[in-house]
Design a protein around this ligand. Structure first.
Ligand code: HEC
Ligand code: HEC
Ligand code: HEC
Length: 134
């Protein structure tokens, strides 16, 4: 199960768009980068300003993510399953650690499907991805 999901996480956004086209409309077809982006005033998004992952992480002292091309797939170069900080663990933690306080649950409904998609024919869960936007 774990291996299955991990392998599928490497499927490209192009492949996922086919899957989501037959499902319902999706505000975040490319997952992370469709929510973590720069929001102009009046854009209708729930925040204003620079919400891209790299600037957010830089504020925490995280190293500059120069070599990343696809998000979140390339994060696993360092955050692999057998590292001290596996991607699934840290990404779930930053969005869900304190549900009553996490903006992700209070403002965005805490939806799994903002990051995950379902490959219905294969019966497997995927992680949506897209090109980096920084
Ligand atoms: C639908 C919107 C949405 C999506 C999709 C999303 N995030 Fe987030 N993310 C948030 C919000 C809101 C926060 C602020 C944390 C909180 O309080 O919940 C956050 C916080 C973060 C942080 C913490 C930044 C800090 O200040 O330490 C990181 C890193 C992050 N997200 C990475 C990701 C990655 C990687 C993905 C895709 C796998 C992703 N996010 C998908 C909304 C989103
Ligand atoms: C070149 C290696 C490298 C890459 C690539 C990388 N990280 Fe990291 N990350 C680290 C290291 C090392 C730490 C722990 C030390 C620190 O906080 O800088 C860390 C810590 C974090 C933390 C804090 C975890 C915690 O609980 O302390 C988050 C969140 C995070 N990374 C998210 C990401 C995301 C999202 C990506 C992809 C967009 C990414 N990282 C890509 C090396 C990397
Ligand atoms: C903010 C983005 C985000 C949200 C929201 C999210 N996930 Fe994930 N999830 C990920 C990422 C990234 C991975 C790691 C994929 C990889 O390792 O390639 C992952 C991995 C997983 C895995 C694989 C097993 C593991 O933990 O390694 C399961 C199961 C899972 N998620 C379930 C859920 C469920 C259930 C929810 C809703 C309660 C959820 N996720 C919400 C981003 C998210």
């Amino acid at each position: 199960m774990r291996n299955g999901i991990h392998a599928l996480a490497l499927i490209t956004a192009a492949g996922l768009l086919v899957v989501s086209a037959v499902a319902t409309a999706d505000d975040y077809p490319q997952g992370c980068v469709d929510c973590h982006r720069i929001s102009e005033k009046g854009s209708g998004l729930r925040y204003e300003g620079d919400f891209r992952i790299q600037p957010l992480l830089a504020q925490t002292g995280h190293r500059w993510l120069k070599k990343i091309k696809t998000v979140p797939n390339d994060c696993t170069k360092c955050h692999s399953d057998d590292s001290d900080l596996p991607l699934a663990t840290i990404v779930h933690l930053v969005h869900f650690e304190k549900p009553e306080a996490n903006v992700y649950t209070t403002e965005f409904g805490g939806k799994c499907a903002n990051c995950h998609a379902m490959d219905a024919p294969a019966g497997e869960a995927l992680v949506k991805s897209g090109p980096k936007n920084w």
